[in-house]
Design a binder for this molecule. Structure first.
Ligand SMILES: [Zn+2]
Length: 94
């Protein structure tokens, strides 16, 4: 499977999870209280980290969710087809 497809699956999984959490949040908050929201916050941070570190360009290591390797770069919630740094085609399987 290509990196582009894998990154998309990850994005879709997160969207589904967020929708499920959105409807489950009142219940979640009542059961776990403040701790539940802390866990939720850490999850949000964690999945962002996963998107930056697990899904990387095989050539230059840049995440397909990032525009370039510079400090001031654009972040996208959806993966890019082409690497912003080296131009590698993420839709191709290695
Ligand atoms: Zn690259």
């Amino acid at each position: 499977m290509s990196l582009y497809k894998k990154a998309w699956l990850f994005t879709l999984f997160n969207i589904l999870l967020l929708v499920a959490l959105y409807f489950g949040l009142p219940v979640f908050g009542r059961v776990l209280g403040t701790l539940g929201f802390l866990v939720f916050g850490f999850y949000i941070l964690g999945q962002g980290l996963v998107a930056m570190t697990v899904f990387t360009c095989p050539k230059c290591g840049l995440s397909p969710f990032m525009g370039s390797q510079s400090l001031f770069t654009s972040y996208s919630p959806f993966p890019r087809k082409k690497c912003g740094q080296c131009g590698h085609d993420h839709t191709q399987t290695e």
